[in-house]
Design a binder for this molecule. Structure first.
Ligand SMILES: *[C@@H]1O[C@H](CO)[C@@H](O)[C@H](O)[C@H]1NC(C)=O
Ligand SMILES: *[C@@H]1O[C@H](CO)[C@@H](O)[C@H](O)[C@H]1NC(C)=O
Ligand SMILES: *[C@@H]1O[C@H](CO)[C@@H](O)[C@H](O)[C@H]1NC(C)=O
Ligand SMILES: *[C@@H]1O[C@H](CO)[C@@H](O)[C@H](O)[C@H]1NC(C)=O
Ligand SMILES: *[C@@H]1O[C@H](CO)[C@@H](O)[C@H](O)[C@H]1NC(C)=O
Ligand SMILES: *[C@@H]1O[C@H](CO)[C@@H](O)[C@H](O)[C@H]1NC(C)=O
Ligand SMILES: *[C@@H]1O[C@H](CO)[C@@H](O)[C@H](O)[C@H]1NC(C)=O
Length: 332
């Protein structure tokens, strides 16, 4: 089947006619989960985006990672703590909304370091766009990036979370990892909150994977293992995931395809309407209320517009629609 033949019109509940021709790979079959797009370099972020908390305030300005001597032995730590703990205590720990990072300490110099990956403009802005009257398309401040900085704040991680040594690597393994982190940081530029599956069961089809702090930690552990490191933990290693559940997603198109041509006006209006529910969020409480509102809307309309790889997809939502889990992902 050629893409053109598949490019019939798929009628959504609102009788929108949407071409589904693009994105078909492997002889017309879509690849699931949709691969996260890599870029050849990270663009500067738009000046419209404004961080409430500056990104990586104590990191090196150019993202440099110190060079370790080959003979050094570097301890690797698993770090986890509830999100925004400094504001809400361990309340969010009870919901298991956790932030993950990796710690390193050099046995030769005694210096230690923290490495994490997070949103440049906070989670709300990565999850929902801004509707700007002067722009047709919703506007996203969704960059995420790696931050490497001096020190490990032991009490921050250990008091309500986890600080556990999970292995040792050599200085040269560390340096190889540092090179990989910089490449990864340059090519993986945007944050994705949602994981989309066909159902909550173990055999579900994965439609989309999230791209967030914990995914960075998993990628780094895999890289360290490839480089020859052995990692192990005494306790279960669980991570937060924010799920959506849907039937097979439909590809809609990018900004210029949807918002740049009159033929898709109905779809453009519907996407704006969908995101209007989730107005700009000044606080975490607002974001939580938005998520509840999103849940209501999604259950009633059984419909969700997902933005992934800077393109829109339609998700025909199914029960239980949305879930936050704290599930085990074993060390590699
Ligand atoms: C993003 O979110 C934060 C708070 O979560 C807010 O202060 C900021 O102004 C938002 N908007 C943009 C465009 O970055
Ligand atoms: C990753 O990219 C961000 C954004 O450009 C930058 O601030 C940061 O220093 C980089 N981190 C590393 C480890 O290269
Ligand atoms: C841990 O949680 C308690 C109670 O919720 C809070 O008072 C304390 O500040 C938290 N610890 C750290 C290091 O943030
Ligand atoms: C990191 O270094 C600080 C300051 O020297 C020290 O207090 C802390 O215990 C170290 N943490 C780890 C996990 O090595
Ligand atoms: C998942 O798939 C495996 C292998 O096909 C099967 O043995 C198992 O029963 C399935 N589990 C569920 C919950 O469907
Ligand atoms: C948007 O998609 C069209 C094809 O549907 C493609 O030709 C165009 O290059 C894309 N634009 C961007 C900015 O990716
Ligand atoms: C960790 O994940 C496992 C399996 O995914 C689950 O059974 C367990 O209850 C989780 N632990 C916590 C503390 O939620």
């Amino acid at each position: 089947m050629s893409p053109a033949e598949v490019g019939l019109c798929l009628c959504l509940s609102l009788l929108l006619c949407v071409p589904v021709a693009a994105q078909l790979k492997n002889e017309g079959r879509q690849q699931w989960p949709v691969p996260y797009r890599r870029f050849d370099h990270r663009p500067a972020s738009d000046s419209y985006c404004e961080a409430l908390y500056p990104f990586c305030p104590t990191g090196d300005r150019d993202g440099r990672i110190p060079y370790m001597r080959d003979t050094d032995v570097i301890s690797v730590y698993r770090l986890q703590t509830p999100v925004w703990e400094f504001k809400y205590g361990d309340l969010l720990g009870k919901f298991h909304i956790m932030h993950d990072a990796i710690g390193f300490s050099s046995s030769e110099t005694g210096a230690n370091y923290t490495m994490e990956w997070y949103e440049l403009f906070q989670l709300g802005n990565c999850t929902f766009p801004h509707l700007r009257p002067e722009l047709a398309a919703p506007f996203w401040c969704n960059q995420g990036a790696a931050c490497f900085f001096d020190g490990i704040d032991d009490s921050h991680w250990s008091q309500n979370g986890t600080l556990e040594k999970i292995g040792e690597i050599t200085g040269s393994q560390f340096n190889d990892m540092a090179q990989w982190v910089q490449d990864d940081n340059e090519t993986g530029i945007y944050y994705e909150t949602w994981t989309v599956h066909s159902d909550p069961g173990p055999n579900a089809t994965a439609w989309f994977d999230s791209y967030d702090c914990s995914q960075f930690v998993h990628r780094t552990y895999r890289k360290l293992t490839q480089l020859g490191a052995k990692l192990s933990s005494r306790s279960q290693t669980n991570y937060t995931k924010i799920y959506l559940y849907s039937g097979e997603p439909t590809y809609l198109g990018n900004d210029s395809a949807i918002f740049g041509q009159p033929a898709l006006k109905n779809l453009a209006v519907d996407i704006r309407k969908f995101y209007h529910t989730f107005r700009p969020h000044q606080s975490f409480i607002d974001l939580t209320l938005s998520l509840l509102e999103a849940y209501k809307k999604v259950v009633l309309d059984k419909s969700f517009y997902l933005y992934y790889n800077f393109e829109y997809w339609h998700l025909p939502m199914k029960p239980p629609y949305m879930q936050i889990t704290y599930e085990e992902v074993p060390l590699p």
